[in-house]
Design a protein. Structure first.
Length: 400
């Protein structure tokens, strides 16, 4: 049999083809063609949720997409329906803050009453700076409102958010929410032992709020600070006494010393102003701290023209702190003075051996009772030194 060369090549090609396909399984014969695979790959590339799921990394999301955008909402719903194991992933995604945001975000929370005496359900606001990253521990500053105020008002007049957005720390604004007994509206109960001693009341609820924030966000446990105005300043002092081993530093604005009575404030309820002795306050602080006594740095701000809380209250806070922690305020003094918007001020620092300030005071002249250097509002005097910025400069130099 004589075969032409083209016929021989045809038979050899057919033989190789038969051998190739005879070794396949039945399932392989249903494999999509190369054109179908290209078409599927193209559709996958155009589906953002598929890309995110295939990567399986939060790092890909961090700083690229906004968690409030539609693709992410779709992704979150699909992940939630897909598996219960995605809850941890959803929590991390929800905490992502886009670095392209210039201002932070406010979130409202509720602290539910606990079983210890005097605990109550309270509302609070958390301000999260732009670019917050759950992988990095972040400082926390708690700011307490005064009487006749709420959390939103102290948030506005203090303007702490603007500083937090630049410096990158979390700010917490609790609201007293409810209380018992006779008080001026929205006052913290700084004169009541049940509210300022360990184991109950407002001083424990406020720390409970901090614990709740720590559970939600990655907070640096060594950089927790507290500040307040008026009755909020008095409660901030109580927190520094009771929880001083857990608070890095604190600040007061127009406040009163720890364990003072209502007579320390000029109100229709208190009558004339009368203060405890520095020794009595120091002893009360020692009892309140118990064996956990720690020299906690404090920044005291007050106006010499305050008609609600006399400047003597600020002197007593300073002197009781020095008495309690054995600080010689007659030595190692650094004093600066100046004028901001025609408001004179004197800034004094009391240093220790490591050249870190344990006590700082800022005494201004002119403004009445309120917050200084912030935004316009009730109990606010913007034409004065920016005490929010001064507080943060003080806080950032102190940690546990």
């Amino acid at each position: 049999m004589i075969l032409y060369m083209p016929e021989i090549f045809r038979l050899r090609s057919q033989k190789r083809t038969n051998i190739k396909y005879s070794s396949r399984n039945k399932s392989d014969s249903k494999r999509p063609s190369i054109f179908q695979r290209r078409r599927n790959n193209k559709s996958n590339r155009t589906n953002p949720s598929h890309r995110l799921l295939s990567l399986g990394r939060i790092k890909y999301l961090d700083g690229i997409v906004d968690r409030g955008s539609r693709p992410i909402k779709v992704l979150l719903s699909r992940l939630s329906a897909a598996s219960t194991s995605s809850k941890a992933l959803l929590t991390r995604i929800s905490q992502i803050q886009s670095p392209f945001r210039r201002t932070g975000e406010n979130r409202s929370y509720t602290f539910k009453a606990k079983t210890y005496p005097g605990s109550r359900t309270r509302r609070y606001t958390v301000h999260i700076p732009p670019g917050y990253n759950w992988r990095r521990s972040t400082p926390l500053v708690m700011v307490l409102h005064g009487c006749l105020q709420c959390d939103e008002q102290i948030q506005h007049v203090s303007n702490f958010d603007a500083i937090a957005d630049k410096a990158g720390f979390v700010v917490v604004y609790p609201f007293v929410t409810s209380y018992s007994g006779l008080r001026i509206k929205n006052c913290w109960g700084w004169w009541s032992k049940n509210q300022i001693e360990a184991g109950g009341g407002e001083v424990e609820d406020l720390w409970g709020i901090i614990e709740q924030v720590k559970a939600e966000f990655n907070i640096d446990r060594k950089r927790i600070h507290v500040a307040g105005l008026s009755s909020g300043a008095a409660m901030a002092t109580a927190m520094m006494v009771v929880h001083g081993h857990k608070i890095a530093s604190g600040g007061t604005v127009a406040g009163v010393p720890y364990s003072e009575t209502q007579r320390a404030v000029a109100t229709p309820l208190s009558g004339w102003q009368q203060f405890k002795s520095v020794k009595d306050v120091s002893n009360a602080m020692t009892v309140g701290m118990d064996e956990k006594k720690r020299n906690i740095p404090i920044f005291i701000v007050h106006s010499k023209n305050d008609r609600t809380v006399d400047i003597q209250a600020a002197y007593n806070i300073r002197d009781s702190w020095a008495e309690c922690f054995e600080i010689d305020i007659s030595k190692r003094i650094k004093v600066n003075s100046g004028k901001t918007f025609d408001t004179p001020w004197v800034h004094t620092k009391y240093l220790n051996g490591s050249r870190k300030t344990l006590i700082e005071t800022l005494f201004v002249e002119g403004p009445d009772h309120g917050w200084y250097g912030g935004k316009s509002g009730d109990f606010s005097y913007p034409e004065a030194p920016n005490i929010s910025r001064l507080f943060w400069n003080f806080f950032r130099n102190h940690r546990l």
